[in-house]
Ligand binder design. Structure first.
Ligand code: ARG
Length: 296
């Protein structure tokens, strides 16, 4: 389904998902109303607010780097009073034309759900919801690597929803308990690069999680604490380009050795809310590492 681009008041073009477009398609939300207005993870400190003008520049730079890498960027309309709507990774989990909508743990973010649902419906996705007492925070906690869906739980998403997600998408789901509050979403400590290849921060997982990741992902690159704290694992993969926050030189070396093109762009105003490159994006046509993408 294609729709004519509309213009939002803030000059945002409301172009929708196009299943016939072969480019990588990524949903972002301009940071017009972004800020740290509450504290729902250990990164957020209301007394250390982001610099708004700088956040806007950093967000525009990220958008540009992703476009340069070949992605088509689609935009969701920002909403006053929803400062975390910029983190579109949490809106839903996508599998082909199906979307499992987020059910946010914290009331502060629950107002986002209706806006996410509207955008996804308008873009032609079938929108599914879990029971209202089951929390699930979208692609922030659910990432395909090959045919397997890796899902983080405990800090934000509930393990209870994962069986239903596996049934709906007919895939194997591996539940990984997150044990460090600084790595509260799976995408802060695990990033699939390709089928069979991912980076991870081992200390964010329990022993079972580390063992299962080692067993199921043959090429698993560990990220040390200094770079994990720079959100090295919160990377966006577009083709062979991998985009991260600044301050991740070892990861960039590892990527270059494997034939990827690493790109850095400063996202420090967003790490103040506990998010970086990946959190600011939602891949709509399937992540590079998801096998279903090439079958699409
Ligand atoms: N402040 C947001 C929250 O705590 C940040 C979300 C980051 N998103 C992500 N996919 N890790 O919910």
């Amino acid at each position: 389904m294609t729709a004519e681009p509309r213009q939002f008041a803030s000059n945002v073009s409301a172009e929708l998902f196009d299943p016939h477009d072969t480019r990588p398609q990524i949903l972002m939300c301009p940071p017009d109303y972004y800020g740290v207005e509450y504290e729902i993870n250990p990164w957020m400190k209301r007394d250390q607010p982001p610099d708004h003008a700088l956040a806007v520049r950093q967000w525009n730079d990220l958008r540009q780097v992703l476009s340069d890498a070949g992605a088509k960027i689609l935009l969701q309309k920002p909403v006053r009073g929803l400062p975390d709507l910029v983190f579109t990774a949490n809106a839903a989990m996508i599998h082909r034309r199906e979307a499992m909508l987020a059910r946010f743990r914290f009331p502060e973010r629950q107002g986002e759900e209706q806006h996410d649902a509207q955008w996804l419906l308008a873009s032609g996705f079938h929108v599914h919801r879990l029971p209202s007492d089951v929390y699930f925070e979208g692609a922030g906690d659910a990432l395909f690597c090959g045919d397997t869906l890796f899902a983080g739980y405990r800090i934000r998403s509930d393990v209870r929803g994962l069986q239903q997600i596996g049934e709906l998408f007919r895939c194997r789901v591996i539940a990984l308990e997150l044990v460090d509050p600084y790595y509260y979403h799976l995408d802060t400590c695990f990033c699939p690069l390709a089928a069979g290849m991912a980076v991870y921060h081992p200390e964010a997982f329990d022993q079972y999680g580390r063992d299962v990741l080692k067993e199921l992902v043959p090429e698993l690159i560990p990220i040390a604490e200094v770079e994990a704290r720079r959100f090295a694992c919160n990377a966006v993969v577009v083709g062979r380009t991998v985009v991260t926050n600044t301050g991740c030189p070892s990861l960039h070396r590892e990527l270059a050795e494997r034939g990827f093109t690493p790109r850095e762009t400063s996202l420090d105003e967003f790490t103040k809310a506990g998010g970086s490159a990946k959190c600011l994006t939602l891949r709509l046509d399937g992540e590079e590492a998801a096998n279903w993408r090439s079958n699409a």
